[in-house]
Design a protein around this ligand. Structure first.
Ligand code: PBG
Length: 334
């Protein structure tokens, strides 16, 4: 539909901006707590919290404190949290076997959360980087990131997460064909109702730096991820990837990073109409936090504006480290 426009002075756009009430009436998009997924970093130990230096306000939490965070999320009305483990360096290996261990950090945290807060939706990360000695999302042989062998590992990882009680699996690895393989394995193993939120359009981005610190993969990463993550110059390819993942059995799709890729979000939603999410990644969060801490921008306002931008671009929801902060704000001003 083409928006209508008239001529000045019959048309004065400022009429509907005159007061708060009129601005609220004319507002096209809204941001609600229902749109939020909160990513959390898990570490070992008990009663341990450890700040992530490059992500002010974000901490790695031991499982008991992750359960408290899930309770906090529930109290704020946040529908889902997403877990990322910081794996003990001694458990990072070439074959990444810790990734599908039933008692690894992520699976232990899933069980603890589902026991304490059963209604909290728990999303996982399906990728090998927190378990890989070389920091890559896939198995590596002779410097090559292997596609098909990695899929087998990701399927084992997915089944272990489903068995632990995960509600949403989040493959973030960008191997070809993993959604179909995961979906088939879930169907055959009695996990028909486990959802897949595919990181379908994930770009090889400089904005993941702080996250790699948080999971301890940054310093280990050998080379870059350009042979599996997307070229930031591409847009048609994102549509083909999203279509492919939906066809293979993804229930929801993600564009990542978020703010530099709002055009991809808009195109994805318009083309497929599927549940579409953006990941406001660690570097985006870190930029807003750092500028706010320097007094260069208003942090709360920049947070709200950046999150509303995802809604305007057509996203159904956002993975954001701001989730508890924005949820608390929204609670106070419905
Ligand atoms: C890797 C993974 C990454 C993120 C989520 N899963 C980093 C990467 O691809 O190197 C990034 C999230 C963020 O930056 O907040 N499986």
């Amino acid at each position: 539909m083409r928006p209508t426009t008239g001529q000045y002075p019959a048309t004065r756009f400022r009429r509907l901006r005159k007061s708060d009430g009129l601005r609220r009436l004319a507002q096209e998009n809204t941001l609600s707590v229902n749109d939020l997924i909160w990513p959390l970093f898990v570490r070992d130990g008990v009663n341990m919290r450890e700040p992530v230096a490059s992500m002010s306000g974000v901490e790695r939490l031991s499982v008991d404190l992750i359960v408290q965070a899930a309770e906090q999320a529930a109290a704020l009305g946040i529908p889902a949290i997403c877990l990322f483990p910081y794996t003990d360096p001694a458990k990072r290996t070439e074959d990444c076997a810790e990734a599908w261990s039933a008692d690894n950090l992520a699976n232990t945290a899933i069980r603890a959360i589902k026991a304490a807060v059963p209604d909290m939706m728990v999303m996982t990360d399906v990728a090998l980087d927190p378990y890989n000695i070389n920091g890559h999302d896939g198995l590596v042989r002779d410097g090559i990131i292997l596609n098909d062998e990695t899929i087998e590992a990701l399927v084992k990882m997915s089944l272990a997460q489903a068995e632990a009680g995960a509600d949403i699996l989040g493959p973030s690895d960008m191997m070809d064909g993993r959604i179909g393989a995961m979906r088939q394995a879930l169907e055959m193993s009695g996990y028909k109702d486990v959802a897949i939120l595919s990181y379908a359009a994930k770009y090889a981005s400089a904005f993941y730096g702080p996250f790699r610190d948080a999971v301890g993969a940054g310093s280990r990463l050998v080379g870059d991820k350009k042979t599996y993550q997307m070229n930031p110059a591409n847009s048609d390819e994102a549509m083909r990837l999203i279509e492919r993942d939906l066809t293979e059995g993804a229930d929801m799709v993600m564009v990542k990073p978020g703010m530099p890729y709002l055009d991809i979000c808009r195109r994805a939603k318009e083309t497929f109409g599927a549940p579409t999410y953006a990941y406001q990644v660690s570097g985006e969060y870190a930029m807003i936090m750092a500028a706010a801490q320097n007094g260069w921008i208003d942090g709360d306002a920049a947070m709200l504006e950046s999150l509303m931008a995802f809604r305007r671009a057509g996203c159904d929801g956002v993975l954001t480290y701001f989730a508890p902060r924005v949820a608390a704000m929204l609670q106070n001003q419905p």
